[in-house]
Structures are given as structure tokens and as C-alpha cells.
Design a binder for this molecule. Structure first.
Ligand code: RNT
Ligand code: ZN
Length: 420
């Protein structure tokens, strides 16, 4: 028996004594759907092959060689990343401009499934679920920083039609792949400086959202999500779709509220929001990200914030109320490594949460014994979860953490660096 197996045997006995069945936990982790955000692979540029710079308050820094320049290259890179992730319920999430093809003169308001046919065939062949988000940014019709909330009705019409087109495409993904596609509406609308009228843009956004969501689809095909934004580059003073706006909107319109872990004040706990929303039958799409001082979209690391989030996920999930998409874009490092490191860290955090026997500390809290609660919470941090993670990877024929770089380096030498 090699060291990994020896360590796992002892660890599983320790967990068994605490009432945790490690085999059951790993089997549950296998089934947790995690949607891999393809836009880490193309730096959110999309493939319309125009010179639209990335706008909308998003910022990608770095110029590591080998960015995917079209959908085929992006799928090839994703194949490498997905081969290094454990789990049987992996999905991918597209942006609405990452098309396979676009007809001459065609624009985002007339996209159909034809524009994404390569993605659909690939996902079907790989047995992947597929999610998508309209791209309300990096386009000349994002005017004065506004899209769905712009005062000009023609600008709003264009973006309403784009959102409607992407919802239809998402529903088609859901029908053909047999798992509902999450379609996340996020608009970058806001102002760099202090607005004169905070209400009018929000009333226009409400009208545009009503038009965007008018067409109904069964939830077996499509799940609508709405994502808030606190601030960003160029929208430092005001965002139309703030958290307050969308939390109310989602509750009133039975949509998933998308909580992006980078979209709140750096001291705010996103983990704490889950039980507050789920205990009122709310449904949440989590964008797993890492903000450093602002919504900087850093690669997810295994820090306390992501472990707290995973703990609340495990405590509040009922299998139908929480959805997960990674959302970060770092172009200063190998983009496949970014996917693999970030995804595995969130999976690790979920494993840690599912391995944690917290009944005793909950009982201490209920009994008002906060001393025992604190001592117990700190002691739980010592449990040997890493031995279970290593065994989880080995038993699923996935590279261990210290072996992920070799295949990535080989692929970058063979493929990425030759992209010029
Ligand atoms: C931007 C939002 C949004 C984007 C993607 C690319 O702040 O987080 O989810 O990251 O649309
Ligand atoms: Zn996001």
C-alpha cells in the first residue's frame, strides 16, 4: 500500500470515529455540478473577431502566451483542464460573444444556436452541461456605460434582443444536453462619477428585464439568474444593478440571485448570505471568485473565505437551490493552470466542509457554551482532510496537486507557445 493509501486508511478511521463516512463524502463530491468558466481561456475577448476592447468594468491583466483565439482552441484547452478535474457533474459556462461563427454583418441581437453549434456538439460528446451569459459589454452599443438601462430606446432594444437570443440558445442547450442551462444576466451599467438621477436608470432596467424574460421556458431547460455588481473600473460611483436591486428582483420574479464573491465590500461575508436567502426559499448562483482589494477576479485559492462559503453551501444545499460557476480571469499565468487550480480549490473546500463533523459545536452553541464552541471549532481545523483529498484524486485517476504542472507545461510547449 503506498503512502497515499496508508494515510487515507488512517484518516478514514479517524473520520469514522467522528461519524463521517469518507467514501460517501467523496461520492457526493463527485456529483456536485461545478461550471467551468470558459472566459478564463480567452481573456473574455470573445470570437467575433472585432477590435472590441474588454469593457464593462472587467479588467484582465497579464499577457501570458497562448490565449485561445477561437472556439476550437478554447475547447482544446478546456479538454486539458477538464482532464485534471475530479467530478462527474462538471459543466462549462460561456459568454454570449464566444461564438463558433458569426455571419457577415450579423450582430449579437440576432444570435441563434447556429452561432454556438460547435460548443453544443462538443458538450454533448463530453456529456457536459452548458451554461451561458449574455455579453452586455465589449461592444459599441454599451454606450455611456449603459446597456439595458440606456435612455435611448434603440440601445435598449439591441440589448433586450441579445438577452432574448441568448436565453433561447440556453434553453436549446438545456433541451439537447438534458440538464437545465443557467443563463446569467449581468449588466455593467453604472457611472464613473456621482449620478444626478439614481432612480430613472433602475426603472429602465426593470422594463428591459421584463422584456428580456418575457419568453417562458420550462426550468428543465433554462434557469434564469441575475447578477449584481457593486463597483468596477469606470463604475466606481454607482451601478444600476446593485445587490439591493437584484436581491429584490430575484425574490419577486423567482430568479436565481447570482452572488459573485468579488462583488461586495472586501470585509463582507458572502458565506453569511446563503442561509439568509435559502431559508426563504431563495435560489443562488454563486460566482466563485477572489477579489483582492476590489473585484479583481483573481484565481480562487483555498482561503478562509472559500472554506466558509463551502461550509454554508453544504449546510444549505437541497440539490436544487445552489448553483456554482467559477468566475475569474488571470492572464498573467498559464490559463489552464488557472482553471485547474481554482476549480480544485473549490472542490477541496467542499470536501473539507462535508468532512467536518460540526454537530457538537452546534450543540455547544445551542446550549450557550461558547467556550466549548470556540475550542471545538478550532480543533475541527486539525482533521486530516488532505489525506482524503489525495486519495480522492488518486482513486479518480486525477493528478495529485503536486503533479498538475507537468502535463500543463507539456501542453503549453506543444500547443500554447506555438500560437504566436
Ligand atoms: C463582472 C461579473 C460577470 C463577469 C462575466 C465575464 O463583474 O462578475 O460575471 O465576470 O460576465
Ligand atoms: Zn460574476
Amino acid at each position: 500500500m503506498d503512502k497515499t493509501e496508508q494515510l487515507y486508511k488512517i484518516a478514514s478511521e479517524i473520520y469514522q470515529e467522528k461519524g463521517i463516512d469518507t467514501e460517501k463524502v467523496m461520492a457526493t463530491l463527485d456529483e456536485i455540478p461545478l461550471s467551468i468558466h470558459v472566459w478564463q481561456g480567452d481573456d473574455v475577448t470573445g470570437f467575433e473577431h472585432t477590435d472590441h476592447a474588454l469593457t464593462g468594468g472587467c479588467q484582465v491583466t497579464g499577457n501570458y502566451p497562448g490565449r485561445a483565439r477561437n472556439a476550437e482552441e478554447l475547447r482544446a484547452d478546456l479538454d486539458v483542464a477538464l482532464s485534471m478535474l475530479p467530478g462527474k457533474a462538471l459543466r462549462v459556462c460561456l459568454q454570449g460573444h464566444e461564438v463558433d461563427s458569426i455571419k457577415p454583418g450579423q450582430d449579437r441581437d440576432t444570435f441563434t444556436i447556429e452561432n454556438f453549434s460547435g460548443w453544443l456538439d462538443w458538450a454533448a460528446q463530453k456529456h457536459l452541461g452548458m451554461d451561458i451569459a449574455p455579453a452586455y459589454y465589449s461592444h459599441p452599443k454599451l454606450k455611456d456605460g449603459l446597456s439595458l438601462s440606456h435612455p435611448d430606446a434603440e440601445i435598449r432594444r439591441f440589448w433586450i434582443e441579445h438577452g432574448k437570443a441568448i436565453r433561447r440558445i440556453a434553453a436549446e442547450f438545456g433541451r439537447k444536453l438534458g440538464t437545465p442551462s443557467v443563463c446569467n444576466v449581468w449588466v455593467p451599467d453604472g457611472f464613473k462619477d456621482v449620478p444626478a438621477d439614481r432612480r430613472a436608470p433602475r426603472e429602465r432596467l426593470l422594463e428591459s428585464l421584463a422584456a428580456t424574460f418575457e419568453e417562458e421556458f420550462p426550468e428543465t431547460e433554462l434557469l434564469d439568474a441575475v447578477e449584481s455588481k457593486l463597483f468596477g473600473i469606470g463604475v466606481e460611483s454607482y451601478t444600476v444593478g446593485s445587490h439591493d436591486f437584484y436581491l429584490t428582483y430575484a425574490a419577486r420574479n423567482n430568479k436565481l440571485i447570482c452572488l459573485d464573491t468579488g462583488h461586495f465590500h472586501p470585509t463582507e461575508s458572502i458565506a453569511d448570505k446563503l442561509s439568509a436567502i435559502c431559508c426563504q426559499q431563495g435560489r443562488i448562483l454563486l460566482h466563485i471568485s477572489r477579489g483582492v482589494r476590489w473585484d479583481s477576479d483573481h484565481v480562487v485559492i483555498l482561503d478562509d473565505a472559500v472554506k466558509d462559503l463551502a461550509r454554508e453551501v453544504v449546510r444549505n444545499t437541497n440539490g436544487k437551490n445552489l448553483y456554482f460557476t467559477l468566475d475569474y480571469f488571470d492572464a498573467s499565468i498559464n490559463r489552464i493552470a488557472a482553471w485547474v487550480i481554482g476549480a480544485r480549490n473549490f472542490q477541496k473546500a467542499l470536501l473539507i466542509a462535508m468532512l467536518t463533523p460540526d454537530q457538537a459545536v452546534c450543540a455547544d452553541e445551542k446550549a450557550g457554551d461558547f467556550t466549548a464552541r470556540l475550542a471545538g471549532q478550532e480543533a475541527l481545523k486539525n482533521l486530516p482532510w488532505a489525506a482524503v483529498w489525495d486519495h480522492y484524486c488518486a482513486s479518480r485517476n486525477i493528478p495529485m496537486d503536486d503533479n498538475i504542472l507537468a502535463p500543463i507545461r507539456a501542453y503549453e510547449k506543444e500547443v500554447l507557445f506555438k500560437r504566436g
